[in-house]
Write a protein that binds this ligand. Structure first.
Ligand SMILES: [Zn+2]
Length: 174
């Protein structure tokens, strides 16, 4: 059964790619968006039903988009960088949902990759809320195996960085 889905995926991707060869066509794509259907009623371009995560991928050469693509099919491109992009979209989506639901977010909804992404996006530029290395501080707190080591003063600083820097960025981003 997976063979049929995989063949359908290959056909859809190659049809929208510059290269007419699956092996090189997979190199042309990047992840640009993620929507979620909690009811799981999305259907992948490979015809696989019951998608919750529905990615949009875009061809960087001709601008074609394919939607929706499930996370299983993103992995079938066989590219670690594309899989990482998709994972990042998932993490941002999950973090946004947790913020909107008023749940605890740190460290549960964070990862080293997500923190690095936020830093790359300029979230930790120095200001009144972050004048002494918020990124490095959060990575250090995230890396603590025993979160009980995080004292109340550190938690206060974590929450300030979340509420003043990270949450506005995540909620305003998409
Ligand atoms: Zn699929």
């Amino acid at each position: 059964m997976t063979t049929g889905y995989f063949k359908a995926l290959q056909e859809a991707v190659v049809a929208s790619s510059v290269s007419k060869n699956w092996g090189t066509a997979v190199l042309e794509w990047t992840v640009v968006d993620l929507e979620e259907d909690p009811a799981g009623q999305g259907m992948c371009v490979c015809h696989h039903p019951n998608l919750v995560e529905m990615f949009t991928i875009e061809n960087v050469y001709n601008g074609n988009q394919l939607y929706p693509i499930g996370n299983v099919c993103v992995r079938k491109f066989g590219r670690q960088d594309l899989t990482s992009e998709a994972n990042l979209f998932s993490q941002i989506h999950n973090l946004r949902s947790a913020i909107n639901a008023g749940e605890d977010t740190f460290p549960k909804h964070f990862s080293r990759a997500l923190l690095k992404y936020l830093n790359d996006e300029g979230v930790f530029t120095p200001d009144q809320w972050d004048h002494d290395g918020g990124y490095e501080f959060l990575v250090k707190m995230f890396n603590k195996r025993n979160k009980d080591e995080i004292n109340s003063r550190r938690w206060w600083k974590i929450h300030k960085l979340l509420e003043k820097k990270i949450f506005p960025f995540i909620l305003g981003d998409g």
